[in-house]
Design a binder for this molecule. Structure first.
Ligand SMILES: [Zn+2]
Length: 270
């Protein structure tokens, strides 16, 4: 009994030391640098896929002075899952795979590598990001470390929320889908990244990880089929360094959701 008491006390002491160390490490990590918001605000301009019949809607429920004399404000909102800055959960394109509430937090937090393909993508609206782009990045920066979040910067973020420039069309409805022209990730690149490297998540500054002209959404199928989530319509990627940023990407926890609005931020070490 006494031995058990001693053991528990020792365990508590060790746990406390560990917590203290973690807090110290976190404090050190956060001592120089800044948070950067990689999220577009949700509002009436938020971009959704052309066949979505509704967008983001905020309805005022109460706004004003109550009979008791204090100010009170409360709204209700509605929105499709996939639009604005959002997360694609694996179940979006892979039956019985993880839904948005099931994506592990470890996939949503971690060190990021930013691969800039804007030179080519801005010249060609149908550009497919190739394995060569990654190889070129690795020649300069070293092999993508295990457990990285990989973000591609196409440069199209500067067009958001101008649908015509960002999507290639501002037309709406199913007939507008063949008119979509924006760059995306070649399925072969998704295959390579998920077999040759160990990545936690993939994201970019366009509406979709597949390019606008895709008919089969093969990049979605490859990535999500391996239970790796995607971040789309990511903002401010031009402000991130090639490596050294730490990402926190937390979607709304919609049970059984195929995706959802995402608050994604980056800690950029100073
Ligand atoms: Zn999506």
């Amino acid at each position: 009994m006494r031995a058990a008491f001693f053991f528990i006390t020792l365990l508590l002491l060790i746990t406390n030391c560990d917590n203290q160390k973690n807090t110290d490490d976190a404090g050190k990590f956060l001592s120089t640098g800044k948070w950067l918001d990689l999220t577009y605000s949700f509002n009436a301009q938020t971009l959704y896929w052309p066949n979505n019949s509704t967008g983001f809607k905020l309805d005022t429920q109460v706004n004003g002075i109550t009979p008791a004399g204090f100010y009170y404000s409360s709204n209700s909102f509605s929105a499709p899952e996939h639009g604005g800055t959002h997360l694609d959960a694996p179940v979006h394109f892979a039956k019985d795979h993880l839904s948005v509430d099931q994506v592990p937090l470890t996939n949503l937090t971690g060190d990021a590598v930013i691969i800039d393909v804007s030179d080519k993508a801005l010249k060609d609206r149908d550009y497919l990001i190739s394995v060569k782009e990654i190889e070129d990045w690795e020649k300069k920066n070293g092999t993508i470390p295990d457990s990285s979040i990989v973000l591609f910067r196409t440069g199209y973020g500067k067009f958001y929320p101008d649908a015509k420039k960002y999507f290639g069309t501002d037309a709406k409805g199913p007939d507008a889908i063949p008119l979509l022209h924006f760059p995306g990730i070649d399925p072969a690149t998704a295959e390579w990244l998920t077999s040759q490297r160990k990545i936690k998540a993939l994201g970019l500054d366009t509406p979709s990880i597949d390019y606008g002209q895709s008919k089969d959404f093969k990049t979605h199928q490859v990535l999500l089929g391996k239970n790796i989530p995607a971040f789309e319509n990511v903002a401010n990627l031009d402000q991130l360094p090639a490596k050294g940023a730490y990402i926190v990407a937390l979607p709304m926890k919609i049970e059984h959701g195929s995706g959802g609005p995402l608050r994604i931020i980056a800690w950029v070490r100073g």
